[in-house]
Ligand binder design. Structure first.
Ligand SMILES: NC(=O)c1ccc[n+]([C@@H]2O[C@H](COP(=O)([O-])OP(=O)(O)OC[C@H]3O[C@@H](n4cnc5c(N)ncnc54)[C@H](O)[C@@H]3O)[C@@H](O)[C@H]2O)c1
Length: 336
């Protein structure tokens, strides 16, 4: 298969490309990335050296239809997996426009390529956050047909793209699948996100800054399990269908802080509470019955083991993350 991965220099895209090239020894992967502040140039040095005939990189913006169709033609691409996005909720509060540009219009550009028959298959990556927020004591879970009820510019821009996917499937019967995934953790995540932020703060001898609503919780999935789920959807998923991807493993901000403090042998005195960012969702939890029953997927990585391995990856890869610290675009301590 010749597969084009957008946003392949970001967190999940980087892991997905490595996963795919290691597993499918005949396949070619082209990474198209605009290289925003969240992309890391060095992520694929080893991939490019290991697979010089099977890995290619193009710096481009997914919103540019002509450029994207040229790339698709150049490499004779069959399938696109769209990870490209502005992904930081806090940054979206400061600079929402670019979120709607990439997350909605970029996705629509790829849908248009699909509608015009330039590729055989598009898989669009979305998030649990499009469904809105659950109460902490609720027994509900989000199903694939739950209403979209987003609360922030980031997750509303992602929800807009989900609606565009739906409209293209209904109207043009395009060969597209969609997945909504829980919070990912693992190696290569940019240092603005909670787990890398906490770990790199510990390594740097700094305290952990927790949002005041520290009981707010997320469902956590190791990025490798997410990659395996996308693999299953690409090979066995039903065209036109949406799949939720979740682990069922919920942890609060406070829980994560406690795990990380315990790993480093530090205590509660290293927690500093800061005001929440505006519209801080309380909780997301997915019902992932469909992907489990229909495709036989289930997560393989236990949260405690995955988190320990992730902490150790950051400890062992300080050269990777240290230069990224100054690229961060939001000061989380400044919310009022
Ligand atoms: N990280 C999570 O926990 C999570 C959970 C569920 C879904 N998702 C979704 O998965 C996808 C990847 O998330 P991530 O955490 O890897 O994000 P990331 O911010 O680490 O990576 C996004 C990548 O997209 C690139 N990009 C941004 N705009 C672009 C454009 N216009 N054209 C081409 N490339 C562009 C960036 O340069 C970056 O390399 C996103 O769509 C996100 O919404 C993420």
């Amino acid at each position: 298969m010749k597969i084009l991965v957008t946003g392949g220099s970001g967190f999940i895209g980087t892991n997905f490309i490595k996963y795919w090239l290691d597993k499918y020894r005949e396949d070619v992967v082209v990474n198209v990335d605009k290289m925003t502040y969240a992309a890391v140039e060095t992520n694929h040095i080893d991939t490019a050296l290991q697979y010089p005939d099977r890995y290619f990189f193009e710096k481009a913006d997914i919103c540019d239809y002509d450029v994207m169709s040229d790339i698709v033609r150049k490499y004779d691409i069959e399938t696109i997996v769209n990870f490209a996005a502005e992904s930081h909720n806090s940054y979206a509060i400061i600079n929402p426009t670019v979120f709607y540009q990439t997350n909605l219009m970029g996705a629509q550009t790829l849908l248009e390529l699909t509608r015009r028959g330039c590729i055989k298959r598009l898989h669009h990556i979305s998030t649990c956050e499009v469904y809105g927020s659950l109460e902490l004591d609720s027994d509900d879970k989000f199903q694939e047909d739950s209403p979209l009820f987003p609360n922030t510019p980031y997750n509303s821009a992602k929800a807009c793209a989900d609606l565009a996917v739906r409209a293209y499937i209904k109207t043009y019967d395009v060969p597209v699948t969609l997945s909504n995934c829980a919070n990912n953790y693992g190696p290569y995540q940019f240092v603005e996100k909670m787990i890398p932020l906490f770990v790199t703060n510990m390594v740097s001898g700094k305290p952990l800054t927790l949002y005041k609503e520290s009981q707010n919780r997320r469902e956590w999935l190791h990025v490798k399990d997410h990659c395996r789920a996308i693999d299953d959807i690409l090979h066995k998923g039903c065209l036109g269908r949406t799949y939720n991807i979740g682990s069922g493993c919920e942890k609060s901000i406070e829980d994560i802080a406690d795990y990380i403090l315990a790993y480093f042998g530090r205590g509660d005195s290293e927690k500093v509470y800061i005001p929440d960012r505006p519209s801080h969702d309380k909780r997301y939890l997915l019902d992932s019955t469909r992907i489990r029953k229909e495709l036989g997927w289930e997560p393989e990585i236990n949260f405690e083991e995955g988190l320990k391995e992730t902490i150790e990856w950051y400890i062992n890869n300080e050269k990777w993350w240290r230069p990224l610290l100054e690229r961060r675009v939001v000061d989380e301590t400044k919310w009022k």
